[in-house]
Design a protein. Structure first.
Length: 109
């Protein structure tokens, strides 16, 4: 599955609150491949190589949980992603259908 997602980093490893200055929303082209959610910056091309930064932004979704962010009201179509090492991301999808599709795909790998 692929598509644009806007990401906010809420908690780093072990659930530690991500410090101010690193909590802003950023747009990525997301590619879910196996157990990894790749987040690419900039223009998307299928043949584009992942930069070092892209690799740093990749999220392991092994033993992760995606859930609709019903308590977050500042933006629509937002879901949480909690990883096995207790990072927490918020992702905003372009619409409700895409949001549900990402949640389902992440939770059923
Ligand atoms: C963050 C940025 C986020 C905001 C976050 C800020 O600042 O303004 O948009 O989250 O608030 O800390 P920075 O880019 O300097 O990290 P919201 O959009 O959800 O308000 P927060 O610290 O209350 O999460």
């Amino acid at each position: 599955k692929t598509g644009f997602l806007v990401r906010k980093v809420h908690a780093d490893c072990d659930g530690k609150r991500t410090p101010r200055g690193k909590r802003g929303w950023k747009t990525f082209y997301a590619v879910l491949k196996g157990l990894v959610l790749y987040l690419q910056k900039g223009e998307y091309r299928p043949d584009k190589r992942l930069s070092d930064e892209d690799l740093k932004n990749a999220v392991s979704i092994h033993h992760s949980l995606a859930i609709r962010a019903t308590d977050y009201h500042k933006r629509p179509n937002v879901f949480y992603l909690r990883t096995a090492d207790w990072r927490v991301y918020l992702f905003q999808a372009p619409n409700a259908e895409q949001m549900q599709s990402w949640i389902t795909r992440i939770n059923t790998v």
